[in-house]
Design a protein around this ligand. Structure first.
Ligand SMILES: [Fe+2]
Ligand SMILES: [Fe+2]
Ligand SMILES: [Zn+2]
Length: 187
């Protein structure tokens, strides 16, 4: 029989796994950002930095969800990032974000729904929606990688949900509907 306790254990495992994934992604993107700057690709560099910040927002939300269950966050140790060319780093980042959007987060959301745990559910749903935006932003950056690239770029990160946009001329975050005045400009 599937008990409430099983749901709780599975939910905790799910959140720990999501937390590990977010911390690894943040570390990878920071490393990709440094490499992109060295290659003279300043737009992808700023985007990688912004999305790294966003993944840390997801990690913080998952930490709070784990603490909300009365448990201790125990992420896996972060592995050293494997850095390739900016083109390859963007490609693998798109694949990673799409995987999270299409299978990682939907699976976790099903677990949190089954456990009827609203804080976890919110943390996971916001992350899933933000990952869809990250995939799109990385795709756009890959598409314009070899066009005349400006020396500087500015992106905006929602500190509530980790949504990343290229404009702050909006009133509300398109993912969490928080006040867009809180968006954090990053370059
Ligand atoms: Fe994330
Ligand atoms: Fe992401
Ligand atoms: Zn938001």
């Amino acid at each position: 029989m599937y008990t409430t306790e099983d749901h709780g254990i599975e939910l905790l495992k799910t959140l720990q796994d999501a937390l590990s994934g977010e911390l690894q992604a943040a570390a990878n993107y920071q490393a990709y950002a440094r490499n992109a700057d060295l290659e003279g690709h300043h737009v992808p560099a700023a985007l990688f930095r912004s999305v790294a910040y966003a993944e840390n927002v997801h990690a913080r939300n998952h930490v709070e969800a784990i603490r909300g269950l009365g448990e201790i966050p125990q992420p896996e140790p972060v592995r050293p990032p494997v850095v390739e060319s900016t083109h390859a780093n963007l490609s693998s980042s798109i694949a990673g974000e799409e995987l999270e959007r299409d299978s990682g987060y939907p699976r976790r959301i099903t677990v949190a729904s089954g456990a009827h745990e609203s804080q976890s559910l919110r943390s996971l749903i916001l992350a899933a929606m933000a990952e869809a935006g990250h995939a799109q932003m990385f795709s756009d950056a890959l598409g314009s990688l070899h066009h005349n690239s400006p020396a500087e770029a500015r992106f905006f990160v929602c500190p509530t949900c980790g949504n990343v946009t290229d404009t702050n001329e909006i009133r509300f975050c398109t993912v969490c509907h928080g006040d867009a005045a809180n968006l954090l400009g990053m370059s």
